[in-house]
Design a protein around this ligand. Structure first.
Ligand code: NDP
Length: 485
């Protein structure tokens, strides 16, 4: 039987698809034809209640399994995802507009990596023993309880799995709300987890806008909130979570620097800048959009970059030869167009792109500005689209100061052949995720997350376990109890 790629209802709760058409309709729009390709409904209060109640009910029994048993289910889900990579990649492309060429290697596969990795370490999560003379303390690593995950629209499969995998490995349950712009993929993650053996209620998905997210975040049953989104939303969600002193992970926006020194390998540096700005049509949180280029290599860099842009193939993202897709929505396209206009009006030099392509579909040319200065809007604000800004520099100390002169702190990168300079820069960058001679890789084994306004906590790596569990200490007396009277 052919695998049915399209989710069959709006929500996935307690091990099954659930529909409630009284919720606000959320159309899913094709980024190429601008036509509706699916329709889901926002969660009503009754749906939210069902999702939270079932997550609460299911969590204790899930936590009572051994880590090895939980891990086996996660790893089975990873295998199913890999088996269905082609179908899931088509769904990701339909949800986001990202080229199939990308989604085949970056989305379902990344979700499978996370489930495999956290499934693998679930059985080795432990507390510790602390000897105190004859007495001792032991610590128990305990799950937090019901967690809420809220996702952005750029990586809907990956974000759903990056939150589910560590949460479930630690014995939590999760209610996940995808972005209203890309509601489909997380449903498949839930369906596959259930098929792999996850008990009903362990991972529920409900649709909706900010109000649904807010209702989840403020529910007294919820112990932790993990958000991937913009800084303004992060502020709201963090504040709402604070009321209940809930644990938080905040994966927020960025305006990351990419510094290219004269001694860099030119071809690698250009490739790095392309990965840092044009992958997923520039809709990547960690993008290195402020490209500082040292004066000796600037002309060669710009020339080679513009030559390489000739190899951009824009078109229907389902065509596997296409390597540059549309933006996710009309709204996002208009936001990015607004930034391009700002760049022009504030005096940046347009080197490539800058235009919408065609009149149907949300296609924008990959755009390069040179002679960008630190005070320009395009150098300060997160654009979240295919706009690369080249800023000039001569001196290492000066470029570090400028690179760090932002409230964001998600990522940073440096291209140089000088080993000591590379590590000096990485140490001095005020950013959570740094790259030397590459950019934008996010393997599950490495911590990922931001400093300053870009976030709190880390996803991926063993470190994520600390954000989905807490230590209980148990003091054990082996000697008579001494009291003052
Ligand atoms: P938004 O901040 O607009 O939304 C993120 C999610 O939060 C959506 O599901 C949204 O719902 C929901 N939401 C909005 N308001 C509230 C609220 N008051 N309470 C609870 N939930 C709420 O981000 P985008 O979806 O536009 O994604 C782009 C942003 O995400 C960029 O800033 C980007 O940098 C960041 N991002 C960060 C990543 C990281 O790992 N650091 C990775 C990917 C993206 P809805 O939109 O459906 O109404």
């Amino acid at each position: 039987m052919a695998y049915d790629i399209q989710p069959t209802a709006s929500h996935f709760i307690d091990g099954a698809y659930v529909e409630d058409q009284t919720g606000t309709p959320i159309p899913v729009i094709c980024q190429v034809s601008e036509e509706q390709i699916a329709l889901v409904h926002a969660a009503t209060p009754a749906i939210i209640e069902r999702a939270l109640a079932s997550a609460k009910r299911a969590q204790k029994d899930w936590a009572a399994l051994t880590g090895t048993e939980r891990g086996r289910i996660l790893r089975r889900a990873a295998d199913i995802i890999r088996d269905r990579n082609d179908d899931l990649s088509v769904l990701e492309t339909n949800d986001t507009g990202k080229p199939l060429q990308e989604t085949l290697v970056a989305d379902a596969t990344s979700a499978a990596d996370a489930l495999e990795y956290f499934g693998g370490i679930a059985g080795s999560l432990t507390g510790e023993h602390v000897q105190l003379g004859a007495d001792f303390v032991y610590t128990r690593r305990e799950p937090l309880g019901v967690c809420v995950g809220i996702g952005a629209w750029n990586y809907p499969t990956q974000i759903a799995a990056w939150k589910a995998a560590p949460a479930l490995a630690c014995g939590n349950s999760m209610v996940f709300k995808p972005s209203e712009t890309t509601p489909l993929c997380a449903l498949k993650v839930a369906e596959i987890l259930h098929e792999a053996g996850a008990p009903a209620g362990i991972y529920n998905v409900v649709q909706g806008m900010g109000d649904v997210g807010h209702a989840l975040v403020t529910d007294p049953r919820v112990a932790k909130v993990s958000l991937t989104g913009s800084v303004p939303t992060g502020r709201k969600v963090y504040a709402a979570a604070a009321d209940g002193i809930r644990h938080v992970t905040m994966e927020l926006g960025g305006k990351s620097p990419l510094v290219i020194f004269d001694d860099a390998n030119l071809e690698d540096a250009v490739s790095g800048a392309i990965l840092a700005n044009f992958y997923s049509s520039g809709q990547v949180c960690s993008n290195g959009t402020r490209v500082f280029v040292q004066s000796g290599i600037k002309d060669a860099f710009l020339q080679r970059l513009t030559e390489r842009l000739n190899d951009v193939k824009m078109g229907d993202p389902l065509d596997e030869t296409v390597n540059f897709g549309p933006l996710v929505s009309q709204n996002q396209m208009e936001i990015v167009q607004g930034f391009i206009e700002k760049g022009l009006s504030e005096g940046a030099r347009l080197v490539a792109g800058g235009e919408r392509v065609g009149t149907k579909g949300y296609f924008l040319q990959p755009t390069v500005f040179a002679d960008v200065t630190d005070d320009m809007t395009i150098a300060r604000d997160e654009i979240f689209g295919p706009v690369l800004s080249v800023l000039d520099f001569d001196d290492e100390e000066d470029v570090l100061t400028r690179a760090n002169a932002t409230d964001f702190g998600l990522a940073a990168g440096v291209f140089t052949q000088d080993l000591t300079r590379a590590h000096r820069m990485a140490a001095a960058f005020e950013a959570g995720t740094c790259y030397i001679n590459t950019y934008n890789l996010a393997p599950v084994e490495a911590p990922f997350g931001g400093s300053k306004l870009s976030g709190v906590g880390r996803e991926n790596s063993k470190g994520a376990v600390d954000h989905y569990s807490e230590m209980k200490s148990v003091y054990v007396a082996m000697t008579p109890v001494e009291a003052p009277f």
